[in-house]
Design a protein around this ligand. Structure first.
Ligand code: ADP
Length: 664
């Protein structure tokens, strides 16, 4: 009440004071009517005190004045100064007491007001504090809410699995299970066990491996986080993750961040296998180099001895013939090794060019037998050949197919002890032809069969190198057969002379219309012409040997050991044929050919390239440079003779060459 009175405006306080004065006056008049005017200020004194205490000095003065006037009204004014002393005393006392009350009331009111102000200030302060607390709480609530939202967003949208689990221990303190308290959608997807939230893991995977429970229990007990990577026995999948305890030391809750790394693990395993395979290939290559060195030295030794013998024996014709035959055999063997190597390199580099044509299978088989007859005969093997009765045609590169069959026959002869049996047969099977090469030789161990067509693979190579081979023949055969859309397989009766059977399947050519069949082969007439030939090779020995052979055949020869020398030779000697090596210093074969073509005097000169490179692109380059023939080294003398046979004389060799035409 005091508080509210203090707050009242001044006018209201005065009005209330006047009202109080009026009220006290009325009451006093009423009291006077009952008990007379013996106590005329009875009600005014407390009213003054009340007004002074509550309403302030001014309103209290109004009450006092009202009482004083009331007192005066009791004592006629004219008698007041002459009234009884008691009346005057009474009036005076009333005024004194009233003033005293006003004074004391004023003081009290001031005190009360101060106390009230202090209390009010305290209340305000408290209120402000509470408001600040409220605001802080509100902000905290907001922060918690947005943090909760962030957590939820992260929880729901992360692509790693996240869950919180509660590890369950038995009475003996041993971890036996865990309950999933929460898990994000990615986690549920990665787990792949449906909704596991609120379930224990053993309810979902009864035979879960102890690794998981033990790992999480350790984290819960020690508080030390762990990274883990392990395979789930139940699903075979690999998981990688991070586990950390949530809460204080008493907490048994563990938060898990995990992801399925099965694909990565598979890739790692594949890479490891690949690395192992690569090192196996590397090992085989290293072995292969040793074998290669050995195999190349093998024929070189008898050739060198043969040369020594030739020097010593002079012109003993029998000895010369024997040595020549021996050298021919050894060189043929070396050429075959080098050819195989080149072929493998070409196939690996995708540079092999098959010149497929429609040929009779019988002719291919005969050529292969013919090529291997000396080896088969020298080992006294019996060879049985069974060909289809009717003519069978295949669309193959005949040279390559002869090489394939020849290789198999060669192996059969090599890996069969002397006096063995070799069967070459071809039978028709629907629209395929099945060719098999069978021997009763040493056979192939079962364990080696799956790898027999791998490169550099030789069964028991380190035991016996005397067969002479590089371990690439079968690999080459397989690739060539596959390039012909065919397949090859092998069976063997084992290593106790069980022999081996290699079986090739090739697609047959579709039958031809009778009138489309080619006319019976017309043999090219053999030419007996002799030529003026310029031999250009930076390998002086090779150039000289070839020159000697050509001279022996009646040709007239000049030799140059590089392009510049060749250009000097043609200044005063016009050759008809140039046998030109391609890889030479200073001026290579292509450049020399271009230079020769610019000389109009040499328009009738036919250029033949002799090179180690025989891919289609190399042939195209030599044609572009002006060569009419392209022979790959090592060149067989028969091949050179065949080229010379093909060259007629004196037909112009470059009738359409723009450079020579412009010179004319
Ligand atoms: P190379 O004969 O040069 O060693 P190949 O690739 O032709 O290489 O053969 C690989 C290996 O396969 C040979 O070293 C040999 O051990 C085995 N092999 C091939 N053909 C036969 C066969 N007819 N009989 C027994 N073993 C064979």
């Amino acid at each position: 009440m005091l508080l509210s009175a203090k707050k009242l405006p001044t006018v209201s306080r005065y009005l209330i004071g006047a009202g109080l004065a009026l009220f006290a006056l009325m009451l006093q008049i009423g009291v006077a009517a009952i008990v007379g005017n013996r106590i005329p200020f009875l009600l005014f004194i407390p009213s003054v005190a009340l007004a002074a205490a509550v309403l302030g000095t001014g309103p209290a003065a109004i009450v006092l004045l009202t009482g004083f006037l009331y007192g005066c009204s009791l004592f006629p004014l004219d008698t007041l100064h002459a009234g009884s002393f008691r009346d005057q005393l009474s009036l005076g006392l009333f005024v004194v007491v009233g003033v005293f009350f006003i004074y004391v009331g004023g003081k009290m009111r001031a005190m009360v007001n101060r106390a009230l102000d202090a209390e009010l200030a305290l209340l305000n302060e408290k209120l402000a504090r509470e408001r600040a607390d409220d605001e802080r709480l509100r902000q905290l609530y907001q922060q918690v809410r947005s943090s909760e939202e962030r957590y939820r967003n992260l929880f729901d949208s992360m692509d790693q699995g996240f869950c919180v689990i509660d590890v369950i221990f038995n009475d003996a303190g041993v971890a036996v299970d865990y309950r999933v308290l929460e898990m994000n959608p990615a986690g549920i997807a990665i787990y792949g066990l449906g909704d596991v939230v609120d379930k224990t893991i053993k309810e979902v995977v009864p035979h879960i491996g102890s690794y998981w429970i033990d790992t999480y229990a350790k984290v819960a007990l020690t508080g030390r986080p762990v990274r883990f990577e392990n395979q789930a026995q139940s699903s075979g999948r690999w998981f990688e993750g991070y586990a950390t305890r949530v809460g204080d030391a008493d907490s048994r809750k563990v938060a898990l961040l995990f992801t399925d790394v099965s694909v990565r693990k598979e890739n790692e395993a594949r890479l490891r296998r690949l690395a192992a395979d690569l090192s196996e290939v590397d090992r085989r290559k290293t072995e292969f180099l040793a074998v290669l060195a050995h195999e190349l030295r093998n024929p070189l030794a008898p050739i060198r001895s043969g040369l020594d013998i030739l020097k010593l024996s002079g012109s003993n014709p029998q000895m010369v013939e024997r040595m020549r035959d021996m050298m021919d055999r050894q060189v043929t063997h070396m050429v075959r090794l080098v050819d195989d190597l080149l072929d493998i390199a070409r196939i690996n580099g995708g540079k092999i060019d098959l010149k497929k044509e429609r040929v009779s299978l019988q002719s291919v088989m005969s050529a292969a037998v013919e090529a291997n007859a000396p080896l088969i005969e020298s080992a006294r093997h019996r060879l049985y050949v069974v060909m289809p009765d009717e003519s069978v045609e295949v669309t193959v590169d005949p040279t390559r197919m002869v090489q394939v069959l020849g290789n198999l026959l060669n192996n059969a002869a090599k890996y069969t002890p002397a006096g063995g049996r070799i069967d070459l047969s071809a039978v028709r099977d629907g629209d395929q032809i099945v060719i098999s090469v069978e021997d009763n030789g040493v056979g192939i161990p079962e364990a080696s069969l799956p790898f027999i067509f791998d490169m550099f693979n030789q069964v028991g190579r380190n035991m016996d190198l005397s067969h002479g081979g590089l371990g690439i023949g079968l690999s080459l055969v397989k690739r060539l057969v596959e390039l012909h859309d065919g397949s090859i397989g092998v069976t063997s009766g084992g290593t106790h002379s069980g022999g081996s059977i290699f079986t090739i399947r090739l697609p047959l050519s579709a039958p031809l219309q009778a009138d489309a069949l080619p006319a019976a082969g017309v043999a090219a007439p053999l030419r007996t012409d002799t030529f003026k030939i310029l031999v250009v090779d930076d390998n002086a020995d090779a150039a000289q040997t070839l020159a000697s052979l050509l001279e022996f055949k009646g040709h007239s020869i000049r030799v140059a050991n590089d392009g510049v020398e060749a250009l000097e030779v043609v200044e005063d000697w016009i050759p008809e044929v140039g046998l030109i090596d391609i890889g030479m210093p200073n001026l290579n074969g292509y450049e020399l050919a271009q230079a020769l073509r610019k000389n109009p005097a040499l328009d009738h000169m036919a250029l033949v390239a002799l090179t180690g490179w025989g891919a289609e692109t190399d042939r195209a380059m030599s044609k572009e440079a002006g060569f009419v023939e392209h022979l790959t080294k090592p060149v067989d003398f028969d091949a050179i003779e065949a080229v010379l046979d093909r060259l007629g004389k004196p037909t112009p060799r470059y009738p359409t060459a723009p450079t020579s035409a412009s010179r004319n």
